[in-house]
Structure formats: structure tokens, C-alpha cells
Design a protein around this ligand. Structure first.
Ligand code: 9MR
Length: 483
């Protein structure tokens, strides 16, 4: 089965977007949902959402008082990454003394406006606090794992994807790991970090993030590819690859970029373009932005794009004018090209047909609702006869040996404060991880209980959750109970 069908793209994209929305606030989740077919949207975020993707920007906390900056941020983007505020030196300046003040400013700004948050970054050779820079060996390994655990736990439920490990491969032709104090703790430091991150925030997608892994023929790209393949084969938790994609004359946009994106995706991970900037100007720059967006849109699991800053003067490479807005806030040609490309994407249908049979279990015995039916999308399974929630499988993305299932939970005539979805898995299938819910049991009859942030569903409203499994995922008939 191919991973590249349009159906897979739309389902997978929507799943990530829904996850992103759920970690923001339930009330504003609808902001991120795909809009109706064929509308030409006027902002980057809304245009990306048409195909179930996000469009984000790196944000600096100290710019949140700049009104030109904030106006663009709030208008155009539906995902943010803290440019520096969640790095190791910012969050653990003294060992075991954590500081989330500036990270929180960005997270709160985003969540209060329904934007998703990418976490950047838990483990990195660079921007380590002084105390960590001077550590080696077992003590450093323990300190790194503690950092991953503490930071991912603190932000648990608020981050749609974490850059768990950043820039672990060397540049050049060797494909070797970069030498660093972390690398010297043992080659397994990366997988140890991923396992700690999964345990701390099971709902976040876990990414490996790097630069110069855009050109498929470069040794560093192959090294990152082999890492992801190895992790998938051995069951090390990894969900996404982050391609930073800082393009300039020394690291130009490669003509095989789409091959790189689709090759990573074929390993069974999402692909995120995490730090995009393209030095240049005018139509040359605009064309490259268009190419990057089109390459992402062409790959089912390329689920979102983040540009590394808002305006040219906000960029770490401001001299290269690599972003989409001028300093005065004006849109550049590159902006127009990016927006037009996003608007050309195949829209996600606003309601997806169920892929499984309706529930066959007995209806609940509570009284039927007396209020009018919800005006939002109806549940895709029959009404349960007055129960306060229904659940349906909205997509199953199957590949040899595994699958991702996404489900919708819809409240009935009364709001829920918590919900549980119960479902028998097919024989041989097992849950490996779930997001936007807590799974209990992994085989046979499995229960998914709401995550802390999505138990409350307004009457007639819905939320989504999902899980990854091994085996084959068809024929599942979920039932929902709520309080
Ligand atoms: O944009 C960031 C800049 O403000 C910092 O000074 C710099 C310090 O290392 O990090 C920049 O962001 C980097 C990101 O965290 C990882 N990939 C490369 C980015 C550009 O250097």
C-alpha cells in the first residue's frame, strides 16, 4: 500500500492539525480545522489548514510587545515555535532550577489564540547552560534525561511536536554523529532522550530536527534517514523528522527536496519543515518559497511548515532578507507566492466518511436529548439513543505492520466533563501510543480516556484523538461513555 495517496495526505494532515488544536484550547480548536473546499484563504495559517496543515513561525518572547510583529503573528500563523526560550540554557539555567517564564509567555500567547506550539528543543549540543557544558559521562546523561523529563512534563499537553534532539549529525561527507559531550555519553543518547520524552508527554509528536538534511544525496541526509529507519525498526518512539531548511547560496534549495520529504515520510514518520528561511529577494526568492510549499503539499505526511521568524529584521540572518515580511510589516513577493501555493492545495473534506461499520453495542439507557440536534458536523455513527457522547473512527492509515487511527468524540445534547471510548482491537493489533487521550490496555478491548485538556466538550461539539498501533487496524467499533 502506498503512503502517498491524496486520501492519506488529507487524513494524516487533519489528524496532526486536530492534535494541534486540541492542545491549544478546545473552544478555539475549530479555528484550525479545515475550512470549506476551494475557498481562497487570505492568511497563511488558514490557507494551510485547507489541506489539514499548519503554518507557523518562530517567535521571540521579547518581540511580543512589538505591535507590528504581533499583528502579523496573530493574523497569519496558526503554530509557533519558541526561537530560543525553550532551549536548555533558557529552561534550566542552574542544574535542577527550571525557568519557564519566557517559554510560558510564548505558549500562553499561542494557546490563548488557538495556535499550536512546537517545542524546541530538549537535547542539543549547543546553547547548553554553563553547568551542563562542563559535564561528561554518566552525570551528563542523567542530567540530560532529567532535563528532557522535566521540561516535557512541564509542557505536557501543550506541545504538538517536540524537537527532542537537535543537530546530532556532523556536516560533511562522513555521515557521522557530531562530536559533543552528549555524543560522548554513548551512541544511544538520542534514543534515550526520545524514550524519556515519550514517557513525559505521550501526546506530543517526537521529532528529530536538523539542518542540511534537505538534499537527498548528502551524507548527512542519509545519516538522519538511517537513524529514523533504525528507530522505527527497533520501536524507539519517533513520530516526525524536522527539516530545518535554512536555504542560502551555500545550502541551496535542492531539486531533490521532494524526494527527501517523501523518502522520510515513507519510513512512517511525519515530515515537518521546521525552520524555513530562504535568503534572497524578489521573484527568485518567491519561486523557491513556492517550490518548498509545493513539495510539502505533494507529500502526504508533510504536515506543516514553520518559518524561522516573522519579518526579515526578526531573522537570525536578517542581512539575507530570508522571510516573508518586510520590517515595516509589508508582505513580500515571497509571501504572495507562499499563500498562492498553499491555496492551491487539495482541500480536506469537512466531514470524512466513516471507514468502519457503525457501533453494534446496545444503546445507553438514559433519556434521549430534548434539545435540537447540534448544528455542527454530526457524529458519523448512529445516535446512541440519548447517551452523552458518541465516537467514530474517522480514518485509519494502514501500512505493512502498523496503522494510525483517528477518532472523533462528539458530545450529545449535554456537555461532557470527561469521556471514555472503549473499543475492541482486531486480533493481533496492539496500541503503541495514543495522543489527546490516555490509553489503558494495549490489546483486546482497549479504553481511551480524555486527556486533561479535552474532557470538556460542549453540547454537540466534538474533539479528536488518535493512536498508533501495530498489526491491522480495520473493523473497530468504538463506544463512548461520558460524565
Ligand atoms: O534563531 C536562533 C538565534 O536567535 C540564536 O542566537 C541561535 C543560537 O544558537 O539559534 C537560532 O536558532 C537556531 C535553532 O535553534 C536551531 N537551528 C538553527 C537556528 C539558526 O541558528
Amino acid at each position: 500500500m502506498t503512503h502517498q495517496s491524496v486520501g492519506r495526505r488529507t487524513r494524516t494532515g487533519r489528524a496532526l492539525l486536530a492534535s494541534a488544536a486540541a492542545v491549544a484550547v478546545a473552544a478555539s480548536a475549530a479555528l484550525l480545522y479545515a475550512t470549506s473546499a476551494s475557498a481562497a484563504e487570505s492568511t497563511l495559517g488558514a490557507a494551510a489548514a485547507q489541506s489539514g496543515r499548519y503554518f507557523g513561525a518562530a517567535v521571540a518572547a521579547n518581540k511580543l510587545s512589538d505591535s507590528t510583529y504581533v499583528n502579523i503573528l496573530n493574523r497569519e500563523f496558526n503554530s509557533v515555535t519558541a526561537e530560543n526560550e525553550m532551549k536548555l540554557d533558557a529552561t534550566e539555567p542552574q542544574q535542577n532550577q527550571f525557568n519557564f517564564t519566557n517559554g510560558d509567555r510564548i505558549v500562553n500567547h499561542a494557546i490563548s489564540r488557538g495556535m499550536a506550539v512546537r517545542g524546541h528543543t530538549l537535547a542539543w549540543h549547543s546553547q547548553q547552560p554553563g553547568w551542563m557544558q562542563s559535564m561528561e559521562g554518566t552525570a551528563l546523561r542523567q542530567a540530560m534525561l532529567n532535563h528532557v523529563t522535566q521540561v516535557a512534563s512541564y509542557y505536557r499537553g501543550k506541545i504538538h511536536s517536540w524537537d527532542v534532539v537537535n543537530e546530532a549529525f556532523a556536516d560533511g561527507s562522513t555521515g557521522a554523529r557530531r562530536d559533543s559531550n552528549l555524543q560522548r555519553t554513548g551512541n544511544d543518547w538520542i534514543e534515550a532522550a526520545f524514550r524519556a520524552a515519550r514517557a513525559a508527554d505521550p501526546g506530543a509528536k517526537l521529532c528529530y530536527n536538523d539542518y542540511n538534511i534537505d538534499n537527498w544525496s548528502w551524507a548527512k541526509t542519509q545519516a538522519a534517514y538511517n537513524l529514523v529507519r533504525d528507530f522505527k525498526q527497533r520501536g524507539v518512539p519517533i513520530d516526525c523528522i524536522g527539516l530545518q531548511s535554512h536555504f542560502n547560496s551555500g545550502s541551496p534549495y535542492p531539486s531533490n527536496y521532494r524526494t527527501t520529504l517523501s523518502s522520510f515520510a515513507a519510513l512512517g514518520v511525519d515530515v515537518q519543515i521546521t525552520e524555513l528561511d530562504i535568503e534572497g529577494s524578489g521573484s527568485t526568492q518567491a519561486n523557491t518559497y513556492r517550490n518548498v510549499v509545493n513539495d510539502c503539499l505533494a507529500v502526504a505526511r508533510c504536515t506543516g511548515i514553520t518559518v524561522w521568524g516573522v519579518r526579515d529584521c526578526d531573522s537570525w540572518r536578517s542581512g539575507g532578507t530570508p522571510l516573508l515580511f518586510e520590517c515595516n510589516g509589508n508582505k513580500k513577493q515571497a509571501y504572495d507566492a507562499t499563500l498562492a501555493a498553499l491555496n492551491s492545495a487539495t482541500p480536506v473534506p469537512t466531514t470524512a466518511p466513516p471507514t468502519t461499520a457503525p457501533p453494534t453495542t446496545a444503546p445507553p439507557t438514559t433519556a434521549p436529548p430534548t434539545t435540537a440536534p447540534p448544528t455542527t458536523a454530526p457524529p458519523t455513527s448512529p445516535p446512541p439513543g440519548g447517551g452523552s457522547c458518541t465516537a467514530s473512527v474517522i480514518s485509519i492509515d494502514q501500512w505493512p505492520g502498523g496503522f494510525v487511527a483517528n477518532l472523533r468524540v462528539t458530545a450529545g445534547s449535554a456537555a461532557t466533563s470527561s469521556w471514555t471510548v472503549t473499543m475492541a482491537l482486531p486480533s493481533g493489533a496492539a496500541v503503541t501510543n495514543a495522543w489527546n487521550s490516555q490509553a489503558s490496555g494495549s490489546t483486546g478491548t482497549v479504553r481511551f480516556t480524555n486527556a486533561p485538556w479535552n474532557g470538556q466538550i460542549g453540547a454537540g461539539q466534538s474533539t479528536q484523538f488518535g493512536f498508533q498501533g501495530t498489526g491491522t487496524g480495520g473493523g473497530m467499533t468504538p463506544t463512548c461513555s461520558s460524565s
